[in-house]
Design a protein around this ligand. Structure first.
Ligand code: PXG
Length: 465
């Protein structure tokens, strides 16, 4: 028998004691949280017994789906064997070593960059803080301490710590707490739908958008720039897929000025784009690769940085003690779950499945949905996708921001048993990579239904052009 959950009681305790992330506390307390109680495969259930198709994999992380016993068994076994030990004082543990070696095996060499080393943390935010520390240390050790500036992009998401939020390009986050911290600056994102000029091709726009990096390097002074950080595809920003020409041009520019390239793959690694890592998909050569989330499919917190040879050699050979690390760097239970999770991904060939089967199928479905009168553009990359809701399809005219049409659509999704995220008026998905074609059909039928309901709603409100 499942335990009976008293939803109202949990909601009252929640409102009384739990300050949620990215939440208007007073507003949430006024209506109460949705209480999630169980997950299986691609579905989650709330405390009222409602089954919901989770097209967001939790928060971009449950890549192998819910209810995987092998992951619970790995955690149980490791907890009973060695639940914790630190890796500070010349000690190590077996799962942390094995996972680092596994990651080095999975990360493909690119050009002269190979990834043999891992620095562990417990989240994406911490990992990007580690990146800032490593990048600064690298240039200090090379006798160029003036290279401090890290360039990022507006609308990027790199976490919520002081450094993570500063690296990120969310202006709403910068507005709270005097961010960004010094020596972090931003360029515009490669969002063709919003920033492409009339009659400019996507390829031409990609070159122009990458050019904003070169302009910023020249503005800051090339000898002051330490690194450029970017997500392969911007996730939290609304699944902003760069034009095909973008990354090659970015690579040309970072090489020209010798600056480090950080690929933040907290969302894009581990099969999401049909490859183990996002840089593989776009063919560029990062020096540092941030990971978290799907390394354990979100079953337990774990993050880290894949440190390429260029940086690792300097830190190891010239660096002496690196005065940075976390209590949970290389946590044995988290690493054991990571190993078990990667074993599932390998056994079920999830990256290949995305690349050859369900990714192309989702792309086909999104081509169909692009015809919907409310949809201005719809695109996929691997097994993530985004579409933009528009007021006037022919003229690509957007709704006024304060109408919150995306939130209206999200409301219909939830009512109809679908979790789809709204980023402004961009509706986005990143479902578990275990989804079958039949389940994709089920998801697409729900998406279509919710688009229809939203369309009728905004039409009735007189908001269509
Ligand atoms: N980098 C990227 C690319 C991310 O997507 C982080 C870093 C930070 O990871 P942690 O583990 O510290 O949260 C993320 C996290 C959203 C949403 O609304 C996305 C994230 C986190 C919270 C909300 O899409 N991504």
């Amino acid at each position: 028998m499942e335990p009976v959950i008293d939803t109202a009681k949990i909601q009252a305790l929640d409102a009384a004691h739990f300050l949620h992330p990215f939440t208007d506390f007073k507003d949430l307390a006024s209506h109460g949280s949705r209480v999630m109680v169980r997950g299986e495969g691609i579905y989650v259930w709330d405390s009222e017994g409602k089954r919901i198709l989770d097209a967001m994999s939790g928060l971009w992380c449950v890549n192998v789906g819910y209810g995987r016993k092998a992951l619970a068994d790995a955690a149980h076994h490791q907890m009973m064997t060695l639940p914790y030990y630190n890796s500070f004082f010349q000690t190590t543990n077996v799962p942390a070593v094995q996972l680092a070696a596994k990651l080095a095996e999975l990360a493909p060499d690119v050009g002269n960059r190979s990834f043999q080393h891992v620095f562990y943390s417990s989240s994406g935010s911490e990992s990007n803080d580690s990146n800032v520390r490593m990048v600064r240390r690298y240039w200090d050790l090379l006798g160029q301490p003036q290279r401090k500036v890290i360039i990022s992009r507006f609308n990027a998401y790199h976490g919520s710590t002081m450094a993570g939020a500063s690296l990120g390009g969310m202006t709403g986050m910068h507005a709270q707490g005097d961010l960004p911290i010094p020596n972090i600056t931003h360029i515009e994102q490669p969002y063709y739908f919003e920033k492409g000029l009339p009659r400019e091709s996507s390829d031409d726009f990609g070159i122009r958008a990458a050019g904003w990096l070169e302009a910023k390097i020249l503005e800051v002074g090339p000898d002051k720039v330490a690194a450029f950080i970017a997500e392969p595809v911007q996730g939290a920003g609304g699944v902003i897929i760069p034009p095909a020409t973008y990354w090659a041009e970015i690579q040309r520019i970072v090489d020209k000025y010798g600056i480090l390239l950080i690929s933040d793959e907290v969302i894009c690694a581990f099969g999401r784009l049909g490859t183990w890592f996002g840089y593989e998909k776009f063919g560029y050569k990062p020096d540092l690769v941030t990971f978290a989330k799907a390394i354990t499919s979100g079953y337990i917190p774990l993050g880290g940085v894949m440190v390429g040879d260029r940086v690792a050699k300097v830190l190891i050979e010239k660096g002496g003690e690196f005065t940075h690390g976390y209590t949970y760097s290389g946590h044995p239970v988290a690493c054991a779950v990571g190993l078990a999770n990667l074993a599932i991904m390998e056994a079920e060939q999830l990256p290949q499945r995305v690349r050859d089967d369900i990714g192309p199928y989702l792309a086909q479905c999104f081509e169909t949905i692009a015809a919907h009168p409310l949809v201005g553009s719809a695109e996929t990359c691997g097994f993530m996708a985004g579409l933009v809701l528009v007021k006037n399809k022919a003229h690509r005219e957007c709704f006024a921001e304060d109408l919150s049409v995306g939130m209206i659509c999200r409301g219909y999704c939830f009512q109809n048993g679908l979790i789809m995220r709204a980023v402004g008026d961009r509706m986005i998905i990143a479902p578990p990579l275990t989804m079958t074609r039949a389940q994709i059909d089920e998801m697409m039928a729900l998406i279509l239904k919710c688009l229809d309901l939203t369309y009728q709603d905004v039409k009735a409100k007189g908001w269509l052009a």
